[in-house]
Design a protein around this ligand. Structure first.
Ligand SMILES: Cc1cc2nc3c(=O)[nH]c(=O)nc-3n(C[C@H](O)[C@H](O)[C@H](O)COP(=O)(O)OP(=O)(O)OC[C@H]3O[C@@H](n4cnc5c(N)ncnc54)[C@H](O)[C@@H]3O)c2cc1C
Length: 384
């Protein structure tokens, strides 16, 4: 049975979102917080399976603003929490091979620069000059930002969780939320696999599972789980230490340095929503062939590891922040494949909403749950 019977705030999910919310609430003096995590360890959901990429390069103002704040927070993460997160500013290089993408990315670069993000526009020849190990004869152009890079996801989760625990937050691993008690339109408690906790405030930070958690409170949350997979290679000495995070945008194919080898992923456009987290070996072969076509060197390496995880997709590829029709039931989910990098600022924003009644660091009020039935969708083009 649970050692805890009541809490001021219960957070469901210990991925980057739950961890960041707990830390930022604790930082502002809230101590009576319980985090429920169904797995035995934290960060086993999307966060621990992600590619670790952090970038400023987005196509909507709100995503760029979230990145500006979040990447600044990641930059001082170690000083703030004591946890090293292995932040490597290797840059992201998007390679564009069709005219439509060139047009949209030129607009994106303009928007990014207007907001103070110094992304460079590259010609097709410049892309080929910078990537001598790759075959991009068809590149029409590209974008590069040297401040984009990589961060270790597990270190971010454990850094936030440990810092929150030092401030008194309680973490219950291996405890699954199974029901949410609502009376008179208000939250009154949560049922779990090990008993119930009375509370008047629940945060749904369940990532790909957030629609299921929403259903427990009778709230419809339009987040769909979608499998995405990755493999890593054995050491490839030819890859220089400053090799950027490369994205062949039209093919949703990406490469970045991982240890002495590469991490390679590709989005399967035929994937259907579901919770399957097994690697699709057939698609892995398609991914491998596409990777070899772009980088023949990959053929010489062997697979070191592979895994699959779940994106948490919303209809407009933007996250959902804030209140729901049930009083005391809040949601922060649906980051549509780029939520790791936005975890730090999202936790801070949710703490602001809870304690101040409004978002002040970045105005994300337009990313509310109500936008879906009120027809206020905001499309992001720059999704990999
Ligand atoms: C292959 C892949 C590559 C990616 N690459 C990147 C990238 O390069 N950069 C980037 O920014 N993002 C990337 N993402 C997306 C990123 O991983 C997610 O957007 C982000 O991690 C979401 O964090 P979260 O905390 O909302 O969800 P999660 O990390 O999934 O956390 C939710 C937690 O809730 C728990 N939970 C669920 N239901 C319950 C319940 N009923 N009771 C208790 N606990 C529950 C789960 O076990 C889980 O630990 C990638 C994702 C995948 C799958």
């Amino acid at each position: 049975m649970l050692p805890i019977k009541t809490a001021d705030i219960v957070i469901i999910g210990a991925g980057v979102m739950g961890a960041s919310i707990a830390y930022h609430l604790a930082l502002r003096g809230v101590r009576d917080i319980v985090i429920l995590e169904k797995e035995e360890f934290v960060g086993q959901g999307a966060t621990g399976r992600c590619a670790g990429g952090v970038r400023y390069q987005f196509g909507t103002e709100i995503n760029i603003r979230l990145s500006i704040e979040s990447l600044r927070m990641l930059g001082c993460f170690k000083d703030e929490t004591g946890q090293d997160i292995n932040y490597r500013k290797c840059g992201y290089l998007f390679v564009l091979t069709n005219q439509r993408d060139v047009t949209v990315f030129k607009q994106n670069v303009e928007l990014q620069r207007k907001l103070g993000v110094q992304t460079e526009w590259l010609s097709g020849d410049e892309v080929r000059r910078r990537l001598p190990l790759m075959r991009f004869e068809d590149a029409l152009g590209g974008t590069y930002n040297h401040e984009d890079g990589l961060v270790d996801p597990n270190s971010v989760v454990s850094g936030y969780i440990s810092a929150a625990q030092r401030k008194g937050v309680k973490l219950l691993n291996g405890v699954e939320a199974t029901g949410i008690r609502v009376s008179g339109g208000k939250v009154s408690g949560v049922e779990t696999t090990q008993g119930s906790i009375d509370t008047s405030l629940i945060l749904n930070a369940a990532g790909p599972w957030s629609a299921q958690v929403g259903q427990m409170a009778g709230v419809s949350i339009p987040v769909q789980p979608l499998r995405r997979q990755i493999f890593t290679t054995t050491p490839m000495p030819e890859i220089p230490p400053d090799f950027p995070f490369i994205i062949d945008f039209a093919n949703s194919l990406y490469f970045h340095r991982e240890g002495e080898g590469l991490l390679i992923g590709m989005s399967n456009q035929n994937e259907t929503p579901g919770f399957d987290q097994n690697v699709d070996e057939e698609f892995e072969l398609i991914n491998l062939e596409a990777a070899i076509a772009r980088m023949p060197l990959v053929e010489k390496a062997r697979r070191a590891s592979h895994w699959a995880g779940l994106y948490e997709i919303t209809p407009d590829a933007h996250p959902i922040f804030g209140r729901t029709p049930v009083d005391g039931f809040l949601v922060v989910a649906g980051f549509s494949g780029h939520g790791f990098m936005h975890g730090p600022i999202s936790g801070k924003l949710m703490a602001e909403l809870i304690l101040d009644g409004r978002f002040s660091s970045v105005d994300v009020s337009m990313l509310d749950l109500a936008r879906f039935h009120e027809g206020r969708l905001i499309q992001e083009f720059n999704v990999v």
